[in-house]
Design a protein around this ligand. Sequence first.
Ligand code: HPA
Length: 234
Amino acid sequence: MSIHIAAKPGDIAETVLLPGDPLRAQFIAETMLQDVHQYNRVRNMFGYTGLYQGRRVSVQGTGMGMPSLSIYVNELFQDFGVKRAIRIGTAGALQEGLHLRDLVIALAASTDSGMNQIRFGGRTFAPAASFSLLKTAYDAALTRSLSPHVGTVVSSDSFYPEDPEEWKLWARFGCLAVEMECAELYTLAAKYRREALALLTISDSLISHEQTTAEERQTAFTQMLDLALITACQ
Ligand code: HPA
């Protein structure tokens, strides 16, 4: 039992999928896992453990943004001994070559967040993915003809920034997409010496202003989810 996760020791698997939306966690548990046990409903941030192809895996909602994700991931690593954390989320495209529903595997994450500014006293840290999880996910994606984009993302504290052109700076430095959680996930994995990876589907484009429909998001999400579960259970 930790402050935000009402689970007992052993309730949570060593590998956890992390959707931002707790209803996605519920959907994954109900449609993809067997022998499911719900271990958390505090603040409706649902968490479940079940079996995927006979392997134990958990799925925990994190909420949106780094402060929220940080609460859940700190507790998963510190209090429940979680070894591998795989974020599954959406991101906005920052490069012409990225299209709606494309899959991005985040190699590393820049950030405008105050969290690492505070943590490192104004110094910069380079939050990066686990090479082993990344390689597993990449190889599995290729065998499924998914053509993932592997590269850097930017994790922003603001979905609605004061300067709507701010993303262009990150785009100039090669960031593929913007989302709001990855830098904190990778930083915490480094701190606790665990493994982390973020799989992201492109839900909108800051260049063209296109957005996916709910139906398109569901199809892309299902592909990403399959990949995340395969990566989790390797
Ligand atoms: N900005 C930040 N986070 C996001 C976006 C975006 O455009 N799209 C999906 N997550």
